[in-house]
Design a protein around this ligand. Structure first.
Ligand code: FES
Length: 133
C-alpha cells in the first residue's frame, strides 16, 4: 500500500498561545477539526521549550461527535455519549463508550520562527480508513 506524506502546517506562534486556551485548527485537511492546548506544564508528547503543547483530533472515536475542551477539568468531553479524554496522557479515554484514544496530532516546534507545526497524526481519525485521503 502507498502511504501519502503528511503536510507540515504552521498552527500558531507559541508566543500567541495562552495557557489552557484551546486553539482551533484543521489537520491534515479541512475536514478534520483539531484543538491545540498549551498546558503550562510538561505533558506526554508535549512540544516547545516547556514540552507543554499538545493537539488532538476533536472527532470522538466512538461515533464522530465533536468533543469540546473543558477548561476547568482540562479534559475533552463528548456531548453525545459522554466519553472523556485526557489531553495530558496521549488522548487516552478516561470514561465512556469510545474504545480508542483521541488521535494525537504530532507537533514540532520551530524555535527560530517560534512556530508550532502539525506534522503527523498518531491514531486513526474517526470515519476514515486512512488519515490522508
Ligand atoms: Fe462520543 Fe459517542 S460519539 S461518546
Amino acid at each position: 500500500s502507498t502511504t501519502l506524506p503528511y503536510p507540515r502546517e504552521a498552527v500558531a506562534k507559541l508566543g500567541d498561545v495562552a495557557v489552557n486556551e484551546p486553539v482551533y485548527f484543521n489537520y491534515p485537511d479541512s475536514r478534520s477539526p483539531c484543538i491545540m492546548i498549551r498546558k503550562g506544564r510538561e505533558v506526554k508528547g508535549g512540544v516547545g521549550p516547556d514540552k507543554d503543547v499538545v493537539a488532538y483530533s476533536t472527532q470522538c472515536t466512538h461515533m464522530g461527535c465533536p468533543v469540546g475542551y473543558d477548561k476547568e477539568e482540562e479534559t475533552f468531553k463528548c456531548p453525545c455519549h459522554y466519553s472523556i479524554f485526557d489531553p495530558d496522557n496521549a488522548g487516552q479515554m478516561v470514561i465512556g463508550h469510545a474504545t480508542e484514544s483521541l488521535p494525537q496530532i504530532i507537533l514540532e516546534y520551530d524555535e527560530a520562527e517560534d512556530a508550532l507545526l502539525a506534522v503527523s497524526v498518531d491514531g486513526l481519525i474517526y470515519g476514515r480508513q486512512a488519515n490522508i485521503i
